[in-house]
Design a protein around this ligand. Structure first.
Ligand SMILES: C[S@@+](CC[C@H](N)C(=O)[O-])C[C@H]1O[C@@H](n2cnc3c(N)ncnc32)[C@H](O)[C@@H]1O
Length: 203
């Protein structure tokens, strides 16, 4: 399905190259295994929709909604996968619909402030169904070399963004204070950047 997802983005120039880079650098395959095979899934800040479409292709019973505020990206994201829909909006301002799974894949640190991160996490908690899960992929501090490589690429690819990293100890405290139970999974192995995945459920 990785190959099939990459095929969806063939002939698009930069998004084609970026899709290959994303599968090489991000823990998409590990993340996919953590996402339930059915239910309503919202991918917040979905970018070109690479992971949303990958989820759609790997699970036909998943109903996926990708949201992204960059108009160019959302146009590319729509690759015609039947169970994946996209729309353009600011995830810090929209009213979310109830969901079984909410995804924030390398998105929190791109929001405009730490306060926006907290506001969005609260909104996600509210809209998660009772046994739902919020799945977050973020930057890890270790291994140090992989962290700095990721830092460099984040600043090169998003020169206009201020980047607001938080690391596991701080995130764990924040999640607990917002009423989440959290399981942490390190996901840097085999990847050039340092990744950590947080699986959050309501306490
Ligand atoms: C590093 S990219 C990750 C994209 C995608 N989740 C992935 O894993 O490939 C972060 C994305 O979040 C989007 N983003 C940042 N702030 C946003 C906001 N307030 N509303 C919607 N999208 C936002 C950016 O435009 C960017 O596409």
């Amino acid at each position: 399905m990785v190959r099939k997802t990459k095929k969806l983005y063939c002939g698009l120039g930069w998004p084609t190259i970026f899709t290959h880079i994303r599968f090489f650098t991000a823990p998409f395959e590990k993340l996919e295994k953590l996402v339930p095979k059915k239910g309503c899934i919202i991918d917040l800040g979905c970018g070109y929709g690479i992971f949303s479409n990958f989820l759609g292709l790997t699970g036909s019973k998943r109903k996926i909604l990708g949201i992204e505020f960059d108009e160019k990206k959302i146009r590319v994201a729509n690759r015609g996968v039947a169970n994946v829909k996209f729309f353009r909006d600011d995830i810090t301002k929209i009213k979310l619909v109830p969901a079984d799974t909410i995804l924030l894949i390398h998105v929190l640190h791109h929001l405009n402030s730490l306060a926006d991160q907290e506001k969005l996490l609260k909104a996600c908690r509210q809209k998660l169904k009772k046994s739902g899960q919020l799945i977050i992929a973020e930057v890890d501090r270790k291994p140090v070399g992989k962290y700095w490589l990721g830092w460099l690429v984040d600043h090169l690819l998003y020169p206009r963004d201020r980047i607001f990293y938080r690391f596991p100890a701080e995130f764990k405290k924040l999640f607990a204070s917002l009423g989440f139970k959290v399981k942490l999974i390190r996901a840097s192995q085999g990847k050039p950047f340092a990744h950590v995945i947080y699986l959050l459920s309501k306490r």
